[in-house]
Each structure stands twice: as structure tokens, then as C-alpha cells.
Design a protein around this ligand. Structure first.
Ligand code: MRU
Length: 357
């Protein structure tokens, strides 16, 4: 997608280094950062310089490439794989990408490891772009239907950032929106701020602005009244882990939005590439929910009048806070899944029908 008119992906490999857009600086600064070692890759995922399920999968794949560049010893690659898998616990894409890379690398001769790893990491990223593009084309039909029925701007609410910055390109939840906009369908996006890290305000609004798509940032608690007033035609969100039961684990606050949508008959869609499906876990209570540092709540980052990025304390110093990063939306609140293979019911049958597993 575009930043100041220039086309970018969120991650690429050039001159033996992996390049990423440092998302901790957006929207104020656009900084391309180089990852040169496995340590850099793990840190980028942990500190959320890169984030979003598909992008952390892609970064993990390139992390293996960086590990091989450092040391081709199998024990080192194994240890690096473990560090990457443990860098964030909830998004299934991390495990998925590492598993896929290691499968590809088993039985490969030492002098061919780098070439094979590079090819696979690039393939994982290229596939994600294609998947997200197809999610867009499949979701476009839903937006088009709403537009044809009402013949007015389609108001879409989204939570967190499931945009191109969370993937390699296009995004999942935003891809249908980008496709609709390019087709000339008038769309407007309600962007949940997404406390505490404000991925909606900082990232989703930023990328929609860059593509010229009208959007309005709202606090995380505003969606309910907008739905009661009939000002939301549909919700589309992403997912970090989708169970084969149809239950969805996504950014904290998604569940409450789904409840409000259910109460107001607003369709609630979850957009996902197949790489975020966890076919093994059946009970959502078994999903590891990441708990991040409480200082992400007690401090906030922004730009001051002198254009300096500052971080300030906003809570009483002595107060305790808690920072769960994800929640679960049970399948019964999900209208449908929008995937690269088509739109399906949020259920084992629905998923099996399109993924034939
Ligand atoms: O903590 P984050 O910013 O990595 O969380 C991201 C989300 O919750 C996204 O909705 C999800 O990863 C889907 S990304 C296409």
C-alpha cells in the first residue's frame, strides 16, 4: 500500500538484512529499520516494532533466515526457533511460520540452508499478500451488497489494526475496504482507538488517510451508541487465532464490540487468512492470552509541540493496572468469516467446507 504516494510492503529482504517499518514510531515518524540478527528479529516482535498476526509470522520466517546467516549450526537454529515462538504467545502465525520453515529446512544440506530459507520466507510473505488480496475481493461483495441496498455511504467499524501494517500488504479487515474504495463505493470507517497501544488511532487511521479513505477515530466505548443510532452498517475485525470451532481470539475489546453488534443486529465479520486458523485447540480457554507490561496503560506516547516524541505518565504512580492484550469472541456472535477461499459460517463445518481439511 502507499505511504506519501510510495508503495511499500511491511517487510522485505535487501543486502543481507531484513527491513521493516518501525510501527512504534507511527504515525508521527516513518522509519525503516534494519534487522541484522536473530536478536533484532525477536526484539522487533516483542516490542511491537512489527505486530499483527500475519506480519509477526512473516518476521519470524525472516528471523530464521537471519539466524542461518549468523550460524548454520542446527542447535543454534533450533534455539532461535524457540526464541521466536516465545516472543509473543497468542497469534498462531508465529508457530505456523516457524513450523513451516523448519519443515522446509529438515534434510537440507548446510551449504543450501540459507538459499532454501530465504525462498521459503519470501514465499510465506508473497502468499500472505495474495491471501489478503483475495480476502479483499471476497469481502468486497458484502460491502457492495450493503451499498446496493442502501445507496449511501457504507459505515464500517473496525477494531485495532488489521490493516496492511498488520500483514505484508492489503490487510485482512481493511482489504475489503480498500477494494470497495478503489471500485468507487463510498465508504467511511469508524476506527476504534484501541487502548492501550492505540493501534487503531495510530496505525489504522494513518493507513486509511494515506489511501484517502474517510475515517473517524472513536474511543473504544463509542461503538455501542453508534450502533444503536444506526450509524454502523457492518463491523470487520481481524484475528490472531481462529479456532476450528469458529471462536475468535483478537485484540482486547473485540468481544464487547461483537456483543454490541449482536444486540443491534449489526453484521459482525472476521477477516482471516488460513494461516491464523488453529486446527488443534478446541477449547478457547486453552488459548494463551498475552499479558503485557502494565506500563503500556499507565504511560502514553505522543508528539509534543516541538515535534519530539514523548512518553508521559497518565495514572497515579501508585495505582495497579492490568494489561490483557486479547479476548475471545465466541462463534455465535460472528456473522461470517471472510477468508482467501471465500466467505463461510464461523463453525467447524463452515471452515471445513472451504478448506476441505
Ligand atoms: O497486539 P497486536 O497489535 O499485534 O494485535 C493485532 C490484532 O489484534 C489484529 O487484529 C490481528 O493480529 C489481526 S492482523 C491482520
Amino acid at each position: 500500500m502507499r505511504v506519501k504516494g510510495n508503495k511499500y510492503r511491511t517487510i522485505w529482504y535487501e543486502n543481507n538484512v531484513v527491513k521493516i517499518i518501525d510501527q512504534t514510531k507511527l504515525p508521527h515518524l516513518f522509519v525503516v529499520k534494519e534487522l541484522k540478527s536473530i536478536k533484532d528479529a525477536v526484539k522487533a516482535i516483542k516490542t511491537m516494532e512489527v505486530r499483527g498476526a500475519p506480519l509477526i509470522g512473516g518476521t519470524a520466517a525472516y528471523g530464521i533466515v537471519l539466524a542461518i546467516q549468523e550460524n548454520k549450526d542446527l542447535d543454534f537454529i533450533k534455539k532461535s526457533s524457540e526464541e521466536l515462538v516465545n516472543s509473543r504467545p497468542t497469534a498462531i502465525n508465529l508457530q505456523w511460520a516457524i513450523h513451516r520453515m523448519n519443515n522446509k529446512l529438515s534434510f537440507v544440506k548446510s551449504n543450501e540452508l540459507l538459499e532454501v530459507a530465504l525462498k521459503e520466507a519470501k514465499l510465506i510473505c508473497d502468499e500472505d499478500v495474495k491471501f489478503c488480496e483475495n480476502i479483499g475481493l471476497n469481502g468486497l461483495k458484502i460491502i457492495e451488497e450493503i451499498y446496493n441496498k442502501n445507496n449511501k455511504t457504507v459505515n464500517i467499524l473496525t477494531h485495532c489494526n488489521a490493516g496492511w501494517l498488520a500483514t505484508i500488504d492489503w490487510g485482512t479487515a481493511t482489504s475489503p475496504i480498500y477494494h470497495a474504495h478503489r471500485k468507487g463505493i463510498p465508504v467511511h470507517v469508524w476506527v476504534d482507538e484501541t487502548r492501550p497501544r492505540n493501534q487503531g488511532a495510530n496505525l489504522t487511521s494513518f493507513e486509511l488517510n494515506e489511501e484517502g479513505i474517510p475515517n473517524t477515530i472513536i474511543t473504544d466505548n463509542t461503538g455501542g451508541i453508534l450502533m444503536q443510532r444506526g450509524e454502523v452498517d457492518m463491523c470487520i475485525v481481524g484475528t490472531d487465532r481462529t479456532l476450528s470451532t469458529g471462536d475468535v481470539c483478537n485484540k482486547i475489546g473485540t468481544y464487547l464490540k461483537a456483543l454490541a453488534a449482536h444486540d443491534n443486529n449489526v453484521p459482525f465479520y472476521v477477516a482471516l487468512p488460513s494461516s491464523t486458523i488453529d486446527w488443534e485447540t478446541k477449547d478457547f480457554n486453552n488459548i494463551p492470552i498475552e499479558e503485557r507490561n502494565p506500563d503500556e496503560l499507565s504511560h502514553i506516547q505522543g508528539m509534543d509541540d516541538q515535534n519530539n516524541i514523548k512518553r508521559v505518565l497518565i495514572y497515579p504512580e501508585k495505582s495497579k493496572s492490568m494489561n490483557l492484550a486479547f479476548d475471545i469472541t465466541p462463534a455465535k456472535y460472528v456473522t461470517a468469516f471472510i477468508t482467501e477461499m471465500g466467505v463461510c459460517e464461523a463453525s467447524t463445518n463452515g471452515l471445513k467446507q472451504i478448506f476441505k481439511r
